[in-house]
Design a protein around this ligand. Structure first.
Ligand SMILES: Cc1cc2nc3c(=O)[nH]c(=O)nc-3n(C[C@H](O)[C@H](O)[C@H](O)COP(=O)(O)OP(=O)(O)OC[C@H]3O[C@@H](n4cnc5c(N)ncnc54)[C@H](O)[C@@H]3O)c2cc1C
Length: 342
């Protein structure tokens, strides 16, 4: 069995892991330099910060077992401090946390995909963007965006966010009604955008919470967290704020100059915290996530009907839950279905 996985995010990595004992020859194509997709970590000036997904919750037993028992747990850490809330007026209130655990790694959340791939023999080609797919003699042939041949496989899994998967399906050469039905279902999945502003300070911010979340979706800031509360992420005596701006606010600015959006973001965060020192970070970073969070899941059954032809889709958008654990779980399930088909 030869399997091509497009995308090395949580879902793609979980598929490869799930196939590790299936006798499959697995090749992964990832357009970015790193793995783990929207569960992303950067390093700068002695700090490590998760600027996409903040942590993984233990909402899925299978995934919790994967992270806490099956994979290497060295450096797997929990964020102990609570998440508080705020409303559209910026009024902060205590508590929304239940008993849920919030996990990441000292070395950053990208460790999830790194550790999954480390347990497999999969070949991962980074900085390789799949641009063309065609069906030839019952197999799937791939090419990159320069039309360079990437090989032929009996099984293909598409894991990019739905709009990018829809783009690939729109030009896929496969003369079969299932392609059109699947394309239309995938193209209908709607997304929210998020602008991420990262601000570093050479002093500590003394607050009783790890993060604040806006509960009425009526504030410019959607989420604000303190990366220094993750063990191993920020040197003592420093602070690093990660602000995920509100969906509508971010969507309206996703094509604007990031430095201008950053300046506005810092203003809103400063006002929310009521601390003028926050207005003057000593370094900053940004990321505009055009396809940040699927608002809904894939409808219909077209994706399951395509599986008989060796074509699969996977990711948080397939199950309609914008969470790392959901992407991991879906990846494990899809991997098992691929193994069963052979
Ligand atoms: C700002 C933000 C905050 C979040 N916060 C949380 C949180 O706190 N907790 C939580 O659980 N979840 C959170 N999420 C959601 C979580 O990140 C996602 O649900 C999860 O990472 C999705 O994994 P995935 O594998 O489905 O998709 P992705 O991570 O998007 O993986 C898809 C991969 O495909 C690659 N790709 C795309 N097109 C191509 C192509 N043509 N060729 C090759 N490769 C391609 C991409 O580069 C990417 O690596 C957050 C997301 C964002 C953006």
């Amino acid at each position: 069995m030869t399997v091509a996985i497009v995308g090395a995010g949580a879902a793609g990595a979980a598929i490869a892991y799930s196939l590790r004992e299936a006798g499959a020859d697995v090749t992964v194509f990832e357009k970015s330099r790193g793995v783990c997709g929207r569960a992303a970590t950067r390093r700068r000036e002695g700090c490590r910060y998760d600027y996409g997904a903040n942590y993984v919750k233990d909402d899925d037993e299978r995934v919790t077992r994967l992270l806490t028992e099956e994979l290497d747990t060295d450096g797997l850490v929990e964020i102990e401090d609570p998440v508080w809330t705020f409303d559209g007026e910026g009024a902060i209130s205590e508590g929304r946390d239940g008993d849920e655990r919030k996990r990441t790694y000292e070395a950053g959340i990208t460790q999830i995909a790194k550790r999954l791939f480390a347990r497999t023999d999969a070949t991962v080609h980074r900085e390789t963007r799949v641009g063309a797919v065609s069906r030839e003699d019952g197999d799937w042939s791939l090419a990159d965006t320069e039309d360079t041949d990437l090989g032929t496989f009996d099984t293909l899994v598409l894991t990019p966010p739905a709009p990018q998967t829809a783009e690939l399906l729109a030009t896929t050469r496969w003369d079969d009604g299932r392609r059109v039905t699947l394309h239309d279902a995938v193209a209908a999945v709607d997304y929210a955008s998020v602008f991420t502003a990262v601000c570093h300070y050479p002093f500590t911010l003394d607050r009783p919470w790890y993060a604040l979340v806006n509960t009425d979706r009526n504030h410019q800031v959607g989420w604000l967290s303190r990366e220094e509360l993750k063990p191993g992420h920020v040197p003592d005596g420093e602070s690093l704020l990660v602000a995920q701006m509100g969906h509508d606010w971010s969507g309206e600015r996703i094509d604007d100059d990031p430095q201008d959006v950053l300046r506005q973001s810092v203003g809103h965060v400063t006002e929310l915290l009521g601390d003028d020192r926050v207005a003057d970070p000593d370094w900053t970073d940004t990321q505009g996530w055009r396809y940040a969070l699927p608002n809904d899941g894939l409808s219909g059954n077209a994706h399951r009907e395509c599986e008989a032809a060796g074509l699969y889709v996977a990711g948080d958008w397939v199950v309609g839950e914008a969470r790392v654990h959901a992407a991991l779980r879906n990846g494990l399930d899809v991997g098992e279905r691929i193994a069963e088909r052979h």
